[in-house]
Write a new protein. Sequence first.
Length: 266
Amino acid sequence: MKGVITIAYNNLEKSIETKNILVEKLNKAGFEISENIEENTELIISIGGDGSFLNTVHKFDFVSIPIVAINTGHLGFFAELSPEKIDEFIVSYKNKEYFIQESEPLEVIISTKNESIKLKAVNEIVIKNIQSRTVHLDLQVDGIKIEHFSGDGMLISTPIGSTAYNYSAGGSIVYPSLSLLQLTPIAPMNTNAYRSFTSSIILPTTSVISISPEFEFENSILIVVDGIEYNFAQIEEVKIYKSDKNVKLLRLNGYEFWDRVSEKFL
């Protein structure tokens, strides 16, 4: 008998059908199946799109177990295989024809006048105004003041998250094995009245980024963590830094990052 494989899936009909087929085939291959993390879980399989993958990582609290995604969604950038490739995947997995790609998540501490909240992100953390108006933010890196930012918001991404919202906001695509943080302005203002950086800032993972509302009346700051929105009143500071946890993605032999980028974006 092999170890336990934990399966997570969304409620789309195609995902449920894929889950049922996967369970049947994995059982025949000698694996035990669970929808929870067990003591001897050796692999997590996420079925759905990129959002389902991110939800799976958050659901299991960034556990240090390899995860592989089956795409039943649209873009599927994180996904390693399609439902039609399940048989090939099981053979490759049993023969250990794969490698583990590690990603360094972000952690954010949101400090308000009444509480302090800690969250983690695989892709990115976004700070913007809850309403459709300009937000004014003070930016510090390692205690050194960098700028008074004015615009739609700021985005801090991991290398693996550089192809998500960061890419849409004009940030750079980063090779996933690089160890860095990328801070990308969202629609920055650069006028006689307001001066802001208009391109991404690349920082080492030892950096601590601190962002706070410039004006006390700005009490409608929205924090978006991997697409999940959090609205806190009276935010005083948002502190972002590299987490001490790693997300482990299982990649089949032959995976090439730039092939994936070309396939999905060009």
